[in-house]
Design a protein around this ligand. Structure first.
Ligand SMILES: NC(=O)C1=CN([C@@H]2O[C@H](COP(=O)(O)OP(=O)(O)OC[C@H]3O[C@@H](n4cnc5c(N)ncnc54)[C@H](OP(=O)(O)O)[C@@H]3O)[C@@H](O)[C@H]2O)C=CC1
Ligand SMILES: O=C(O)C1=N[C@H](C(=O)O)C[C@H](O)C1
Length: 262
């Protein structure tokens, strides 16, 4: 039996990639696509069989799962709509603030949610390697995260960079918010031992590059992931949509889907 999918933000970069992928899927069928309030249905429609709508509740009427890569501002409304319709939620939007994250947690009391800053298999493997390397490296090894994305990206550092920082912090048994240095400028003073630094690049059409750097006296380890197209994220999101079918309420992530948790 096919799993019925509603896509939020069908005109977005991820929305368009997902529509293409689901059209070729045996397991998933696209039943609805939501658009931002000012957007109109693209012509010709890339998903002629699906309901195009501005109304999230209407989109969820004939859906088992909402796949959502939109903007943080939609999170509260989409979470409430999924909870009230009993529809699972694959959530890829990054840059959520505390209140928006609390709305996700509230919805997870009612339905199954898979939320991940990055749905690619490679990045999720990288997160495990980063935690291992952070645990094993000497305490005076400097930890840095470098990320690069396209010129349209609106949040920084990327959700993935923050997840890498969290994996580093977990490996070191520290809290990321107590150790993070988000940017540097001017006379910063020497690097403080134990901090986790972030550097952000924005330009052109870079899909998403992330490097975890472990720098010490005399050696340097770099773990890098580069996304060549958005297919890797979309494939992971579709895999999560299938995995969520029949799951009870709760907040899961791609590490659960890929069985990467210890
Ligand atoms: N977790 C992961 O693996 C990945 C996460 N992302 C994240 O996903 C998000 C989207 O990325 P991307 O596709 O590149 O961004 P885009 O801006 O291309 O797409 C977002 C789309 O959502 C639309 N939108 C805004 N509000 C609503 C609404 N209320 N209802 C329906 N649609 C709405 C936007 O319309 P408009 O432009 O008119 O506002 C836009 O078309 C970002 O947060 C990004 O960081 C991206 C790739 C992978
Ligand atoms: O906005 C993007 O494009 C991406 N966003 C995600 C993030 O913030 O980490 C994932 C991916 O790197 C692409």
């Amino acid at each position: 039996m096919s799993i019925r999918v509603a896509i939020a933000g069908g005109n977005g970069r991820m929305g368009r990639t997902l529509i293409e992928l689901i059209a070729a899927s045996d397991e998933l069928v696209l039943t609805a696509v939501t658009l931002a309030p000012e957007e109109s249905v693209p012509q010709p429609s890339p998903a002629a069989e699906a309901l195009y709508t501005h109304d999230i509740d209407a989109a969820l009427e004939a859906a088992d799962v909402l796949v959502d890569f939109t903007t943080p501002a939609t999170t509260g409304q989409h979470g409430a709509a999924c909870a009230s319709a009993g529809v699972s939620w694959v959530l890829g939007t990054t840059g959520l603030d505390e209140a928006q994250q609390a709305a996700v947690a509230a919805a997870a009391q009612k339905v199954a949610i898979c939320q991940s800053a990055n749905f690619s298999t490679g990045v999720n493997l990288m997160l495990r390697l980063v935690e291992l390397a952070s645990r094993a490296s000497d305490s005076d090894t400097d930890l840095e995260v470098i990320e690069a994305h396209h010129r349209h990206k609106v949040d920084a550092p990327s959700g993935t960079a923050l997840a890498i920082g969290k994996a580093m912090a977990a490996g070191r048994d520290v809290q990321l918010d107590e150790q993070a240095v988000m940017s540097r400028e001017g006379i910063t003073g020497a690097r403080v031992n134990g901090t986790i630094g972030f550097a952000t690049i924005r330009g052109g059409d870079i899909v998403g590059d992330h490097t975890a750097l472990f720098a010490s006296e005399g050696e340097r380890l770099e773990i890098t992931h580069r996304a060549g197209t958005r297919q890797a994220f979309a494939r992971g999101a579709c895999r999560a949509a299938v995995w969520l079918a029949g799951k009870g309420a709760g907040l899961y992530d791609m590490q659960d889907v890929l069985q990467l948790r210890e």
